[in-house]
Design a protein around this ligand. Structure first.
Ligand code: ADP
Ligand code: MG
Length: 614
């Protein structure tokens, strides 16, 4: 049979020396063997007959120098013929095809595939041929899968000799024909050292030597679940290896939370925040990947109700004392304990992040850059955690023009006397926001404005009106009260005429024209009406086709600007005045990153003005 297209592509990358460190193939194979034991342990709860031949789980690793093979044997759940074909001939992970497409010819390939994990196929870094012999627990047929890792594989019934390779009546043996350049994996010391390095956290015992050998000796590893050991006994390296085992990642964990919750509900959590964004972080499923164990038995890695979607980048294990073992995964989903665990876990992670922000500023900022936009979904998804989320939220602001992140408490602490609201401006890019005319007046008065650049910002702001009693206020919307010293600018008679005429000329495009309190340098700007949708929000909604409305903005003019003063003197010349009015409006649109309504008319007017100016 042929490999599916994504497997071929993956094998290509693996063959082209994916890792400088070839050892990781052993991690992947041990990881698979341990997963297979975990799965059978769970199935055996419902159906104890599955493990009646041998209730103990174990893994064996051994070499044979005459055949130059390295063999890994587990007595886990095993694979049927169909599973051998499906699991080792295609990649089942959702989104793989899309990932492979993305990687084509991209120099980021290695980084992407690194995150994805190559799993079983990593064998081909050291092996010229791989034979997988497997018997599904509870079945009587044994199958062999054989491939040189090029175009395809054979599946056939296993021979008597091959069946003898298994450890009893179930499980899998993976036999690698070691390439010459990887001959070190035929040396016991090397095998032992590498296996130990990658498996010390695994709770299935690993033995060096064939299954059934008279004297098995001691297992290589401690064979107890890492999260059940005291923190003081766990090295950073063991934590990292465990993280890589469960996340299939290759990066370092950025934060580790390991704790035991007692009281009404009892569970242990060992959770990690990755350094790198998982490649599918913004997948619409918003799925999370924390493994659920019940009293050390692995239950599932895809329980939707276990984690909040806004913590979906967290990896690790939750091991519950209280959940029932003897029910299906499907009904577990609705167990009333789960929301309590979820909430406790969220609280712990947010608390640890807050601590990180104080203890390791750079680490925290790295975290925020990768995952801040996701966490902020929680501001409207989980009102009960809002305060804790706000605590760790960081923003750029006018104070140092996007150089430094600040917290909302920093902002509130610096609010001016008489300032009641938290001012913000939202948009795609910080550079555009920094030069927005709408913030000139704030800058001039030393009032800080937050720059919000994540798409999610406009959404949570819709649902979260205030922070500690201070309302959030968009500077591009409605009227602005910039403090008591800010007397209402009186409108001289000329201004009143000017405004009336501007309104007349621009009546199809703007809802109103008024004298600005927020402009100091620019002649004009646009703002949304008080009751309307914020201008950036409107743009976002339009992009997502959630908004068909076309609310007219308000044009604000700076009557102290020389251009506006001169325009006031031209109100008599109607043709010239109308062109100037339209040009001003277009200018205001361009400054905030919007297209002009009629590019042709804009160019014509612009040329005319330039010609007369030159
Ligand atoms: P992953 O472990 O991330 O799913 P792998 O490429 O490592 O990806 O393995 C693919 C699949 O092959 C596994 O999900 C599992 O279903 C199956 N598999 C691999 N090794 C074993 C094994 N030793 N026993 C049972 N199933 C296995
Ligand atoms: Mg695997």
């Amino acid at each position: 049979m042929n490999f599916s297209a994504d497997v071929s592509r993956l094998l290509d990358i693996v063959a082209n020396a994916l890792y400088t460190n070839h050892d990781v193939f052993l991690r992947e194979l041990i990881s698979n063997a341990a997963d297979a034991c975990d799965r059978l342990r769970y199935d055996a709860i419902q159906n104890p007959a599955l493990t009646k031949d041998n209730p103990d789980f174990r893994i064996h690793v051994y070499k044979d120098t005459t055949t130059r093979t390295l063999t890994l044997v587990d007595n886990g759940t095993g694979m049927s013929k169909g599973e051998l074909i499906d699991h080792l001939g295609t990649i089942a992970k959702s989104g793989t095809a899309a990932l492979m497409e993305k990687m084509k010819g991209s120099s980021d390939s290695l980084k992407l595939i690194g995150q994805f994990g190559v799993g079983f196929y990593a064998s081909y870094m050291v092996a010229s041929k791989v034979t997988v012999i497997s018997r599904k627990a509870g079945e009587s047929e044994t199958w062999a899968w054989v491939s040189d890792g090029r175009t395809g594989f054979d599946v056939r019934e296993a021979t008597k000799e091959e069946i003898d390779r298994l450890d009893g009546a179930r499980g899998t043996a993976v036999i690698l024909n070691i390439k010459d350049e990887a001959a070190e994996f035929l040396i016991d010391e090397k095998i032992k050292h590498t296996a130990l390095h990658y498996s010390d956290h695994i709770d299935v015992p690993i033995f060096l030597g064939e299954p059934g050998a008279a004297d098995k000796g001691k297992p290589l590893n401690k064979a107890s679940a890492l999260w059940t050991r005291p923190k003081a006994d766990i090295t950073q390296e063991q934590y990292t290896e465990f993280y890589r085992h469960i996340s299939h990642g290759f990066d370092e964990p950025l934060m580790i939370s390991h704790w035991h919750a007692e009281g009404k509900i009892e569970y242990t959590g060992l959770l990690f925040i990755p350094t790198l964004r998982p490649w599918d972080l913004f997948d619409p499923s918003r799925r999370s990947f924390v493994n659920l164990y019940v009293r050390r038995v692995f239950i599932t890695d895809s329980l939707e109700t276990l984690m909040f979607p806004w913590l979906r980048f967290v990896r690790g294990v939750i091991d519950s004392q209280d959940l029932p073992l003897n029910i299906s995964r499907e009904s577990l989903q609705f167990n009333p304990l789960l929301p309590k665990i979820r909430s406790g876990v969220a609280k712990k992670i947010l608390g640890d992040l807050d601590k990180l922000s104080r203890d390791d500023f750079h680490g925290f900022i790295a975290f925020w850059g990768q995952f801040g936009a996701v966490i902020k979904e929680g501001l409207y998804d989980a009102a009960e955690h809002r305060d804790d989320i706000f605590k760790i939220c960081r923003f750029y602001s006018t104070l140092n023009d996007g150089e430094k992140f600040i917290s909302l408490d920093d902002y509130v602490g610096r609010m001016k006397e008489g300032q009641e609201e938290i001012y913000y401006i939202s948009g795609e890019k910080i550079d555009t926001l920094i030069s927005s005319p709408q913030i000139e007046g704030f800058r001039a008065r030393g009032i800080e404005v937050l720059y919000l650049t994540d798409t999610i910002d406009d959404f949570w702001l819709q649902n979260v009106p205030e922070y500690k009693g201070r309302k959030f206020k968009s500077v591009t919307k409605g009227d602005i009260n910039l403090g008591q010293d800010d007397k209402k600018p009186e409108a001289p008679k000329e201004s009143a005429d000017l405004i009336r005429q501007l309104k007349e000329v621009l009546k199809d495009d703007v809802a109103d024209v008024r004298i600005s309190k927020r402009l100091t340098e620019s002649p004009v700007c646009l703002v949304a009406q008080e009751r309307g949708v914020d201008m950036h929000m409107e743009r976002v909604l339009k992009i997502h086709q959630k908004y068909a409305g076309n609310s007219k903005p308000v044009l604000e003019i700076n009557i102290k600007h020389p251009l506006i003063e001169k325009l006031g003197a031209k109100t008599a010349d109607s043709a010239l005045f109308a062109d100037a009015a339209h040009l001003l409006l277009d200018q205001a649109r361009i400054v905030q990153g919007e297209p002009v309504n009629d590019a042709g008319a804009f160019a014509r007017r612009m040329s005319a003005f330039m010609a007369s100016g030159l």
